[in-house]
Design a binder for this molecule. Structure first.
Ligand code: 2F8
Ligand code: CA
Length: 170
């Protein structure tokens, strides 16, 4: 009797585990509409423009976050990926100092922006109202971050954490 109920509970436990984990199969490197660049998966919005807040919501609706570049290497990988003809485009990142003025952090993980990701002379809080951080693509000179007014309407990049592959051993 006890043995039979143990089996039923074991089955229910297994089923709830299957529901609890979102199993995302990795097929090739790209997970549409995200592309793999370096170690990250990104969605680069090249058509729709939005202010920083709208861009954040657009990424969240995709199950993602506005992009964060924790290291210069991540920024360099993006630089190598973006075509040279897009050199005048700018893309919102999750960087902001809205929480504490003058302290720019990646909003998606609270890490401070590294000194070497900034464009020379930035962040300068031009006009006293630049609280959100944008990727400036400088072509052959590489990419960098600038602080801009959050209500400026721009392109944006979303990022998802690496999809997890979960396998069950029977
Ligand atoms: O559009 C705002 C942007 O304007 C200038 O860059 C084009 C400022 N640069 C300097 O003042 C050197 C940026 O800091 C400012 O964000
Ligand atoms: Ca600025």
């Amino acid at each position: 009797m006890l043995l039979r109920y143990t089996g039923v509970f074991a089955c229910l436990g297994f089923l709830s585990l299957c529901w609890a984990y979102k199993v995302t199969p990795i097929i090739g490197d790209d997970v549409y509409p995200f592309v793999k660049i370096g170690n990250g998966y990104y969605y680069i919005e090249n058509n729709k423009r939005a202010n920083w807040y709208q861009a954040y919501i657009a990424c969240r609706k995709m199950g993602a976050e506005l992009v964060s570049f924790e290291t210069r290497e991540e920024l360099d990988a993006m630089d190598a990926y973006i075509p040279i003809e897009y050199s005048l485009r700018q893309y919102w990142t999750s960087g902001t100092d809205l929480a504490v003025k003058g302290m720019h952090v990646w909003f998606s993980n609270a890490e401070p922006l590294a000194d070497d990701v900034w464009y020379p002379g930035e962040p300068n809080d031009a006009g006293g109202n630049e609280r959100c951080d944008i990727l400036i693509y400088k072509g052959t000179g590489g990419t960098a971050i600038n602080d801009r007014q959050c209500d400026s309407v721009e392109l944006y990049i979303c990022e998802v954490p690496l999809p997890k592959e979960v396998s069950f051993i029977w």
